[in-house]
Ligand binder design. Sequence first.
Ligand code: EPZ
Length: 430
Amino acid sequence: MADEIMRITGGTPVRGETTVQGAKNSVLPIMAAAMLCQGETVLTNVPQLSDVYAASRILNRLGAHCTPDGHTVTINAADICRAEIPDADMRAMRSTIMFMGPLLGRMRQCTLTRPGGCALGARPINLHLDAMEKMGVIIRCTGEQIVCTADKLHGARIPLAFPSVGVTENVIMAAVLAEGETVLTNAAREPEIADLAGYLNRCGAKIRGAGEGTIVIEGVPQLHAAEYRIMPDRIAAMTWLCAAAASRGSITLRDVRTGDLENCLDLLRRAGCKLGECDGTLFLDAGGVLRSIREIVTMPYPGFPTDAQALLMAVLATAHGTSVFDETIFEDRYKHAGELVRMGADIRIKGTAAVVEGVHCLHGAYVEAMDLRGGAALAVAAAGAEGQTVLHGLHHIDRGYDHFAEVFNSLGIRTERMVISTSSRGKTSA
Ligand code: EPZ
């Protein structure tokens, strides 16, 4: 059997610059939303990710014509003729649940199974189903299949029990062609929501308040297609910043929206990093000793994002003092901690808390990515560790990062991606 690994040689401070990729968590719902629009949608600044190709395959199997070409994706949904997504496709990622809203908006029906994606806990879809039922959808669960039908979709008042990103996006996509007005309260405020609304409003939708806690959608008879540039990926940006911080180096990021990262940047400053920005370019310098941070709580936007929790932990593993994380969004999102301990970190998990005692330095080890951001965090830790780290589970990283190894090499972190025979696993060299 063969397997792919990345061998990262740490200990050299990052010195470099890179352009931040387009946002995975924006392009995926926008690709699904393109099903609602007449004509050819052209998306630019699209990251080259396995999740994007998975979404493209699903759109084509539904009868749309989706063509990824480099960092551009064109989608013409005129010929959509199916409303069922096979279980194997649903399991590819969490964001397959985003097809529910647009399929209902376009076809008034859909048959799905539960989505896949990173194993961060139960990740139920109850809030998705509740919201669709409020808009007139009849939902029948038969075994694994979730069968949704609606004579018509009507506007509704939908107070969310939790500001769920995916539910907010699904409601927007189901409501834009529904009859009447939908008022969504306690909505998620992540920047990707505003990006989705920006695309749909350019297509003729009437969405107000995206990015705030209350979103109002006035249904319209139809939408036309549009060209749209995907926003920069704020979590990819935080990944590269953390690689520079973990290696006590410096970095320049181009095409970054610092407004989307305020909470992350504030924590990096509190740890001792120096940051500056100018015209969409962000500079970070982490020379010197980094300090621990007593309390880091993951929260819905604009709070500290759960997707950055592992990344910051990889930095604070070698900061001076004790840092304490509280992961309040997902119930099982510390899988990376055990792998960081294999690299010499001192981390203890107590329920939703992770207590990180800073150590002088991490060392290279043989580690495994268990989910997308946890895997990226191990690479960040490897950048600052002494010696070589061999990272397995690259399929997780490929879901969300466009040419990860190439970016690391451009930052001066020696990174080799290679195929190995699995019989050699467990040895120190690949
Ligand atoms: C989105 O997931 C992102 N994924 C996640 O990024 C991100 O971590 C998450 O939002 C939070 O910011 C995409 O956008 C594709 P939620 P989503 O619904 O929509 C619970 C990454 O690494 N919940 O806001 O699935 C849920 O279990 C990924 O890029 C219900 O209970 O997140 C969780 O505890 C990982 N019932 C909380 O809400 C539901 O019906 C937040 O989930 C839906 C959600």
